[in-house]
Design a protein around this ligand. Structure first.
Ligand code: FE2
Length: 376
């Protein structure tokens, strides 16, 4: 039931604060949790937000002496150790009352018709780059057109996001289709949807692929959203979803100069329950660490997961032209390619690079601060 104005009370011998919002919402917070958040000059350095209060030595007997509301939206709490903390009520209430995080955490549930496309020449302002990065976060990928079809063009677009990541392919990679391919990626065959670098403990989160030259027929990039497919599986069979998101698989990658064998669940979740790193590499995946009694159910889940991600009805095809680049989330989307056939004189050449997801998160947060809060 809605109330006229927010109210606050201290209960349970000063250990619990109860807040009632103007909309009638009720939340409670413990005195220790509130004391830990104190931002007074003795507890936090205001310039960097560094802690001066050691969380590990909080006095367990701390209680709230007094709590009051002032102004339109401020809460002041006085603690038994003499500290006093003032905080914005709306933000605090939202933090205390935040329920469990949904696995999609605000990402768009596919199906999606196509990725948003941005002209490189239009990405000259903070708002435009932020808009592109927000689209990336929602959909899992964006296309950038009008990029110089060479390594400088790739580096220039990557620099909008952050520092490129060095991997076992070097700072950038380059694949040219060959009539005498060494590996599948250099062949003209269809490539099943997969994620890159699953054999690393922390695979790169952001991948850029730039077309230098393409075949006249076939060779489109294929994408499917691992998170949305996990949601389909969750709705179909909760037990299968649990196994898919918890059972660890190893990905041994053993080459003459590389010996890596990182791994994780096929669809990882982070500590708060949101989807994290999806790993798929049908040619590399090793054995799961699974109890005998769960094995049949796990292999059934793996089979169903494969059907979902390989189903063309769930996939988006992007036929990149020279100078067109796709930026996609390698933790979330699986990518592949349709088969192609090179005509005489044609060549299919793609270059690309990786960035850590932290680079993109950092740039997005900095741009939000500038664009939405007007601060630099
Ligand atoms: Fe790949």
């Amino acid at each position: 039931m809605a109330t006229e104005s927010p109210s606050v009370e201290v209960v349970d011998a000063g250990t619990v604060l109860r807040l009632v919002g103007a909309d009638g919402s009720r939340v409670s917070a413990h005195a220790l949790w509130l004391r830990d958040r104190c931002t007074c000059a003795m507890c936090r350095r205001s310039t960097t937000n560094e802690r001066l209060l050691d969380q590990a030595v909080l006095d367990p007997t701390t209680v709230i002496r007094e709590a009051s509301l002032s102004g339109a939206d401020m809460l002041t709490v006085a603690f038994s150790d003499g500290h006093e903390w003032t905080a914005g009520l709306v933000e605090l209430t939202a933090q205390i009352g935040a329920g469990p995080v949904h696995p999609m955490d605000g990402r768009t549930r596919w199906p999606l018709d196509s990725f948003s496309s941005f002209q490189r020449s239009s990405l000259g302002s903070d708002d435009a780059v932020l808009d592109m990065l927000e689209r990336f976060r929602a959909d899992g990928a964006v296309v950038v057109t009008g990029v110089e079809p060479d390594e400088d063009g790739l580096r220039d677009t990557a620099s909008l996001i952050g520092q490129m990541q060095m991997t076992n392919y070097g700072p950038t990679w380059s694949f040219e289709a060959s009539v005498d391919p060494i590996s599948e990626v250099e062949s003209m065959h269809m490539l099943r949807v997969h994620t890159d670098l699953p054999y690393r403990e922390q695979p790169a989160g952001v991948q850029l692929n730039l077309a230098i030259s393409v075949s006249s027929e076939g060779g489109a990039s294929t994408f499917v959203d691992g998170y949305s497919m996990a949601e389909v599986l969750r709705e179909e069979d909760e037990r299968a979803w649990e196994l898919l998101t918890t059972v660890h698989f190893e990905y041994p990658y053993l080459r003459s100069s590389v010996r890596l064998s990182g791994g994780g669940p096929l669809v990882g979740r982070d500590g708060e329950g949101r989807y994290g790193i999806v790993r798929r590499a049908p040619d590399l995946v090793g054995s799961p660490r699974v109890a005998a009694e769960d094995t049949e159910a796990l292999y059934a889940a793996v089979r169903r997961w494969g059907e979902l991600v390989d189903d063309p009805a769930h996939q988006i095809h992007v036929a990149l032209r020279p100078g067109e680049l796709v930026i996609f989330d390698n933790h979330r989307l699986l990518h592949g390619r349709t088969a192609f056939d090179l005509q005489p004189g044609e060549c299919r050449h793609l270059i690309g690079c990786y960035l850590e997801m932290d680079e993109l998160r950092n740039t997005t947060a900095l741009l939000r601060r500038v664009v939405q809060d007007g601060r630099r």
